[in-house]
Design a protein around this ligand. Structure first.
Ligand code: XLS
Ligand code: NI
Ligand code: NI
Length: 438
């Protein structure tokens, strides 16, 4: 790395909650052990290349505002290498151990597929060198199957077979590059895999084509010996009106129906959960219950704006609930917390990228510590256990073990008087959680 792109900013230190230094961590102390693991191994923070390095902060009403001295805007391999240098300098200074990219973030899309693939190879060789120099790893790679006009009507669900073929070729190449870079995963986000109106849509065919696409990806993965984890990232809408991978439950259903579940886990994004009218902890719990919680795109939405604002997560109550779900399932295996988040359009200076990531990392560090303490104390767990205690013996146990029938339950019910469950104690439990929040 020759040029310094963030002059005047040093590696962000941990200084504890009392520091006045805004370029320091108050809570994230990478090597501090929480439970049995270091914070950095619990949280596995990752930089989203598209938002941190490439996003210009344009919005539907105006162009980009962001100062990005590492990008001259040209579609050249040399420019892409400068962006990569800046990215690795940023990750090193931030203490981010992982990154994620789309093929078209790291390298330019050129006139034809071969030229684009060659450019990607050239930049990937540079990324490999930077990974080796810094120890930073690729959490997952993916292909951008939503920006080019050819994908306006979908990629793996396009009504046009040639578009489908180009999408397949693009994913094949992105998988090759991810494999070459030792990527720990590969994500499928169905950017435009959905429809605007059913009037022109053969939904059954589109969904079935999507399943064939993913089966081909599984076959190709085996062929090249790629051992990384495949992820599907649910999102209900935007850019499509209706997306097929709308939420965790819909993805799991699709994967089961098409015999793909053993090959995929989910990459849950907070803002996508809320667009689907769920809380993120719901999406995490649904995925975890199916043994399919793989990774997290850490961000948050704005309750007053109806789109994917991809803001940095700062709400400790939310990160606590997320970490509770994650710790309960035993933590990440291949996944991590990828900051699929962008600084606001008004926050246009490079230093704002640091403030944003510091806030997100501190919020998750606090969430981790609090969730760990809640689990260690055991009060919450005991309350939940008590709530379901009637299923641990007697008639309840015959239900959980599958030994009950309508006949046996009727026999039991006829002996009962008026039955009410115990109070849910929601408010008391919320008060209990608040005890941990200061
Ligand atoms: C967009 C998605 C995207 C995926 C990767 O809303 O979150 O960024 O994470 O294609
Ligand atoms: Ni995402
Ligand atoms: Ni998103």
């Amino acid at each position: 790395m020759s040029q310094e792109y963030f002059p005047g900013i040093k590696t962000i230190p941990f200084e504890g909650p009392k520091t006045k230094n805004r370029l320091a961590f108050r809570h994230y102390n990478a090597d501090e052990v929480v439970g049995k693991k270091k914070m950095k191994d619990h949280l596995r923070f990752s930089m989203a290349y598209w938002h941190a390095m490439k996003n210009t902060s344009s919005d539907p009403f105006g162009g980009g505002t962001r100062l990005r001295p590492w990008d001259d805007g040209s579609d050249t391999v040399d420019n892409a290498k400068c962006v990569a240098d800046a990215g690795f300098e940023f990750m090193q200074k931030m203490g981010l151990d992982y990154y994620c990219f789309h093929d078209r973030d790291v390298a330019p899309e050129l006139g034809d597929l071969q030229a684009s693939s060659d450019a990607l190879d050239a930049v990937a060789a540079h990324l490999k060198k930077l990974q080796r120099q810094t120890g930073i790893k690729l959490l997952w790679g993916t292909a951008c199957l939503f920006a080019h006009p050819r994908y306006m009507q979908g990629a793996a669900t396009s009504p046009n077979a040639d578009v489908y073929a180009i999408a397949a070729a693009q994913v094949k190449k992105a998988m090759d590059v991810t494999h070459m870079l030792g990527g720990m995963g590969y994500t499928f986000w169905g950017g435009r895999e959905g429809y605007a109106t059913l009037l022109n849509t053969d939904m059954k065919r589109e969904v079935s084509n999507l399943a064939h696409f993913l089966h081909m990806a599984v076959d190709y993965k085996k062929k090249i010996g790629f051992k990384g984890q495949f992820y599907i990232e649910p999102k209900p809408r935007e850019p499509s009106t209706h997306q097929y991978d709308s939420d965790s439950a819909a993805c799991l259903n699709f994967l089961r129906e098409h015999n793909l579940l053993e090959h995929f886990k989910l990459n849950i994004e907070t803002n996508h959960a809320t667009l689907a009218l769920h809380r993120v902890e719901h999406e995490l719990a649904v995925a975890a219950a199916a043994g399919a919680l793989g990774s997290i795109d850490a961000n948050t939405g704005d309750e007053l704006i109806g789109w994917d604002t991809d803001q940095f997560p700062t709400n400790v109550y939310m990160t606590t609930q997320m970490m509770l779900q994650l710790l309960k399932m035993g933590g990440f295996k291949t996944g991590g917390l990828n900051f699929d988040a962008k600084v606001r359009r008004e926050s246009y200076e490079p230093i704002d990228l640091f403030h944003a990531h510091i806030g997100g990392m501190d919020a998750f560090a606090r969430g981790l510590k609090i969730a760990h303490q809640i689990i260690a104390d055991g009060d919450l767990d005991r309350l939940v256990k008590t709530r379901y205690a009637s299923f641990e013996s007697g008639i309840g146990k015959t239900i959980t073990t599958g030994k009950a029938s309508f006949d046996s339950l009727e026999k039991h019910a006829l002996k009962l008087g008026n039955v009410l469950p115990a109070s849910g104690r929601q408010e008391m439990i919320e008060n209990l959680i608040n005890d941990y929040m200061d």
